[in-house]
Design a protein around this ligand. Sequence first.
Ligand SMILES: Nc1ncnc2c1ncn2[C@@H]1O[C@H](COP(=O)(O)OP(=O)(O)OP(=O)(O)O)[C@@H](O)[C@H]1O
Length: 360
Amino acid sequence: MSDDDNSPISTREASRLFAGLKNAPALVLAVSGGPDSVALMWLMARWQRSLARAPRLTVVTIDHGLRREAAREAREVERLATELGLPHRTLRWRGAKPRTGLPAAAREARYRLLAEAARAVGASHVLTAHTRDDQAETLLMRLFRGSGLAGLSAMAPLSERDGIMLARPLLDVAKAQLIATLRRAKVDFADDPTNRDTAFTRPRLRALLPLLAAEGGDSRNLARLATRLARANAAVEVLADGAERFLRLRDRGDASQAGARSFEASAFAALPEEVRLRLLLRAINALGHEGPAELGKVETLMSVLDQAIAASLRARPGRRPALKQTLAGALISLAGGRIQIAPAPARRRKGGQARDEGGS
Ligand SMILES: Nc1ncnc2c1ncn2[C@@H]1O[C@H](COP(=O)(O)OP(=O)(O)OP(=O)(O)O)[C@@H](O)[C@H]1O
């Protein structure tokens, strides 16, 4: 990207940023009305005009029903979209709002509604306006939580959700460049006060960024670190794929019971720790029915499992210790020299009635 973080984005830079989207039939632009997404909309409209055959663009604003000004902001986005010749839709997040974890629930609802909008207009991609600054904040938030390599890879420029691609074409662009682009074009944008509300973690962290930047930890360096970690993470995923195939090849006659995964314990134990963890995590997430397992809990389970495997390899056949544990709705057991991961039986309520924990 441009070395000057304060210069407007040129037509040529924009066509480089959006090159991978040229052949899409239609795209949904997620536009909140803040500077980043208004700049995305403006840049995409200019890009569309410059192409002989361009994707259809639809602008979508989600009204989370959490702030009174949201409806007015959505109308403002609609006005701007119409000025740029783009169709616009506002979708509302209905239903109960949770008391805790509101930002995460709002985000979940937003992506669901955006994917629905994409399906409705035949779009292959939803585009958000996440910037390099957002990437740096995400990395820091996860760093402070002690996330693993996958979490520290922060946001991917391209990912998939329910058959719709989620693209972040501005992930390498400084927010200041987007603001400079809007100023040059004389386009107004909304200022969301929740972005500064210190009741939330992200705005508190955002306030620390200038201090970190003064020590060299600016968004360029932090985002570069996220890219490097994502590269390492992708390599470890390939190793985990290979390890999974290797374990399957060793399982000639010992097929797992239907709906379960099982590994030969001694072959599993010989794999590197990070790979063992990922294999466990994959199996638990695929077969458990309580949503994704926490990395810390899988680490604890694995150390118990490692000790049990070591004890079992030392013991005489027939006297091998067995192990049974549940995690995130999966049952992990060690018996007869094999590890098995299967869906855990539904828990029982006090009255004896079975409870369906349900995936989330
Ligand atoms: N209300 C909204 N309507 C449409 N798009 C939105 C809305 N809010 C956010 N977006 C999209 O998501 C991008 C990121 O927004 P923001 O940084 O506020 O969300 P976030 O919750 O921090 O991001 P993420 O959803 O990935 O965690 C915006 O640039 C925009 O493209």
